[in-house]
Design a protein around this ligand. Structure first.
Ligand SMILES: Nc1ncnc2c1ncn2[C@@H]1O[C@H](COP(=O)(O)OP(=O)(O)OP(=O)(O)O)[C@@H](O)[C@H]1O
Length: 729
């Protein structure tokens, strides 16, 4: 049905502007839309597979004579240009006894996987495409070395990217024939950090006591802020999180404060902070995670005798996720394995996505230059995804220049061609995805079959809200804060909160930064409000310890708070931006070097939500509800296993799901704006990393892949991501 009634008005989808669909959808959810024929409530279908239409939830739709075509853009499926050839069963026959027994116990290996397992001596690079079974190869290789080659497990070092991966590998090993708990316990497995920490704390126990570790981000921030105060940097304005990331990057690439070559005023400041951060840390005998790596590097470099002892102990080295190794890790592993060169590295240059942390794909790209005798084995059978997912992902990644040429081949085909769909904006995108998931769950899918992937946390706001409201179980990342608790968003909300309650202390505290006032001003404001018997907002106009120009500005601004209260939220935000100095504040902040997260983006994101509400109080209740929902969702995520996964692409690496939805496939989102900026300035590397992110996202899908290309983003016309544009034209 294309027609329905809202109060006395007739709504025709063919004539309804595209931006109104979401509002009609929500009105229908509240039972406000009725059938033209029978007068009963109708819902609006706003999903991916069919054209939007009204429908009766619990009975057959009424027959209405309708005309007109809608403004809906139907989804486009990727054309399947390459035929799927079912490969003969690629299970390799093995003359070798242990591998034979492995196969008999149900752990199959194809020919190339088997070759990688058998090549135990000398440097070996296993280039493992997505889903090609590198975890299986690594575990089988370890078992093979122990059981067939009689290599003592204590002489094997197996490095994984996460502690979870190390644990899983050990558990898997235990299910392999002839592997006993006893031999597993001799194996040295873990992340670079855990293995190197064991080494340094053994030799320098005093220096590396755990209670000296700056374990949490806030501990590092505290230290760097101390250094920042020496430079007179405003605690709440300077992008300290970015500065810490930059320092970490320098440390992981073995650059001391003296070696840094700042490229901007911001980097100059960070370089100074780096120097002071290190000094303060040393004075207090503390260390951070990066120091564990550097400490190990220095220990081995300065103590050849000790290095020799380790070399005697370890003969074989296996490194997983080699594409994400950084310089200091690489140099340590090179030293440790230098005597035997039995170094097996497994990775996929196409999945290198941690350059901002100092990872460098050049180590995998140039492995054979470093080790000319190295064997290279490419695993290109993809056991995870369907044929068209694989060929589409191949097409996307093949446009990267910095990569080793390879093509994955799928093992199965199905009818689900990767689908691009075109929501109006972020709000409708979330609705369409949730509708689609609901439909599939009704047809028998499990919540755990689904993952919704996005480029940045901020991009998950709408989908989080829709899922919270619809009651489907979902899991969020533990460290993701609510969108409404981001610094800039809190600040904007503070204006709105104070317009309704001019004595809201917490809001006033959030607001100070945007007014260029120090935090101490809050005490003064409270004193004024008591002495002069006025609200905190009115007290702003009476502040005395500030510059005259600032006083003038505040006096002009104070009466505006009252007018805000009566405005629609979207208009109120525009007033805050243009008339209450927020634009100016943002411009100043823009210079602070935070290239990834611009305050103006937060403002535009907030406007997208605000436009759905008629009053500020309704908008703020929604905000508070969602802040509450975030902490509940985090609690819930700890216990749930059968739930839809909401995650950034970075966090989805290594995981697989039956159905994957990728949000925001538009320029500016994926690829991220900052990569487009650097590209315009002549540096293509960040853009290539963004393409790898798209590739990682696509290759998480087993059976079906849905890519969303919204028409509008942050209230502006959006353009299909350059990574996929040519696939839909
Ligand atoms: N020879 C094989 N025969 C059948 N299935 C296999 C084989 N090798 C691996 N698999 C299966 O293929 C899937 C992908 O394997 P795995 O997760 O090890 O891939 P991966 O290379 O680590 O992927 P990615 O790098 O994309 O995270 C798993 O479900 C695994 O059990």
């Amino acid at each position: 049905m294309k027609w329905a009634k809202y109060k006395e008005k007739t709504i025709c989808l063919a004539k309804l502007p595209r931006e109104k669909y979401q509002i009609v959808y929500e009105s229908a959810l509240r039972g406000k839309m009725t059938c033209l024929k029978c007068g009963e409530p109708v819902r609006l279908y706003l999903g991916i597979q069919q054209e939007p239409h009204f429908y009766h939830e619990h009975k057959q739709n009424c027959a209405i004579n309708e005309r007109g075509t809608s403004v809906w853009k139907p989804p486009i499926s990727v054309k399947n240009n390459t035929l799927f050839h079912k490969k003969e069963q690629v299970v390799a026959s093995s003359k070798n006894d242990y591998l034979q027994r492995l196969m008999q116990s149900g752990i199959y290996l194809d020919e190339t996987q088997m070759k990688a397992v058998r090549t135990t001596e000398g440097p070996l690079l296993v280039l493992a495409g997505a889903g090609s079974g590198k975890t299986r190869v690594l575990t089988a290789r370890t078992a093979y070395m122990i059981c067939e080659r009689n290599i003592h497990p204590a002489s094997i070092m197996l490095v994984t990217f996460t502690t979870k991966a190390a644990k899983e590998m050990k558990q898997r090993l235990l299910t392999y024939p002839e592997i006993r708990q006893n031999s597993i316990s001799f194996l040295v497995t873990g992340t670079f950090h855990s293995i190197f920490y064991r080494m340094i704390s053994h030799f320098q126990p005093e220096r590396w006591q755990m209670n000296r570790l700056l374990k949490r981000e806030w501990q590092r921030e505290q230290l760097i802020k101390e250094a920042g105060r020496e430079l007179g940097l405003d605690e709440r304005e300077f992008a300290y999180d970015q500065a810490l990331q930059q320092i970490s990057y320098w440390k992981n690439t073995l650059l001391t404060p003296k070696d840094t070559e700042p490229q901007s005023q911001w980097e100059e400041r960070v370089s100074y902070l780096y120097k002071r951060y290190e000094e303060l840390k040393t004075e207090r005998g503390q260390f951070d995670f990066d120091d564990m790596l550097l400490g190990c590097y220095e220990l081995l470099l300065e103590n050849p005798g000790l290095l020799a002892r380790y070399q005697e102990r370890f003969q074989y080295f296996l490194i997983d996720e080699f594409q994400d190794i950084n310089k200091v890790q690489y140099e340590i592993m090179k030293m440790l394995s230098n005597h035997t060169k039995n170094l097996c590295v497994v990775g996929d240059d196409d999945q290198s996505i941690y350059a901002f942390r100092g990872s460098n794909p050049s180590f995998i790209l140039e492995f054979d230059k470093e080790y000319p005798e190295a064997q290279i084995i490419t695993l290109s059978e993809n056991y995870r995804s369907s044929h068209t997912i694989v060929t589409t992902a191949n097409k996307v990644i093949s446009l990267n220049k910095q990569r080793r040429q390879k093509q994955m081949r799928a093992q199965f085909d199905n009818d689900h061609l990767p689908l691009f769909f075109f929501p109006y904006d972020e709000e409708e995108e979330a609705t369409m995805v949730v509708e689609d998931i609901k439909e599939r769950i009704r047809q028998g899918a499990e919540p755990r079959d689904f993952a919704i992937l996005y480029r940045t946390h901020a991009a998950s706001r709408a989908i989080f809200e829709r899922l919270s409201q619809c009651g489907l179980p979902f899991i969020v990342e533990q460290d993701g804060e609510s969108f409404y608790q981001r610094r800039i968003v809190r600040c904007l909300l503070a204006y709105l909160r104070l317009s309704l309650n001019p004595n809201n202390e917490e809001a006033m505290n959030d607001l100070l930064i945007a007014l260029f006032l120090k935090q101490s001003a809050l005490q003064e404001l409270k004193a004024i409000s008591i002495i002069e018997d006025c609200s905190l907002v009115k007290a702003l106009a009476k502040l005395s310890n500030i510059q005259p120009f600032q006083q003038k500005k505040l006096r002009k601004m104070v009466p505006l708070f009252k007018t805000l209260a009566a405005l629609k939220p979207i208009i109120a935000l525009e007033t805050i931006e243009k008339e209450m100095g927020f634009e100016e504040f943002m411009k100043k902040r823009g210079n602070e070097g935070n290239v990834m997260e611009k305050g103006s983006d937060d403002l535009r994101d907030l406007k997208v939500v605000a436009k759905k509400f008629k009053t500020i109080s309704a908008f703020l209740s929604h905000v508070d509800e969602m802040i509450q929902a975030t902490s509940e969702a985090k609690q819930f995520s700890k216990q749930q296993t059968n739930a839809i996964q909401l995650t950034t692409i970075h966090r989805a690496k290594g995981l697989e799901y039956k159905y994957v939805y990728i949000l925001g496939a538009v320029d500016g989102c994926l690829p991220h704006d900052y990569a487009l900026d650097t590209y315009r300035n002549g540096d293509e590397l960040p853009l290539e990393e963004e393409r790898r992110l798209m590739y990682v996202a696509m290759t998480r899908a087993k059976e079906a892949l849905f890519i969303s290309v919204p028409e509008m983003r942050r209230m502006k016309k959006a353009h299909a991501s350059r990574f996929i544009k040519y696939l839909i034209e």
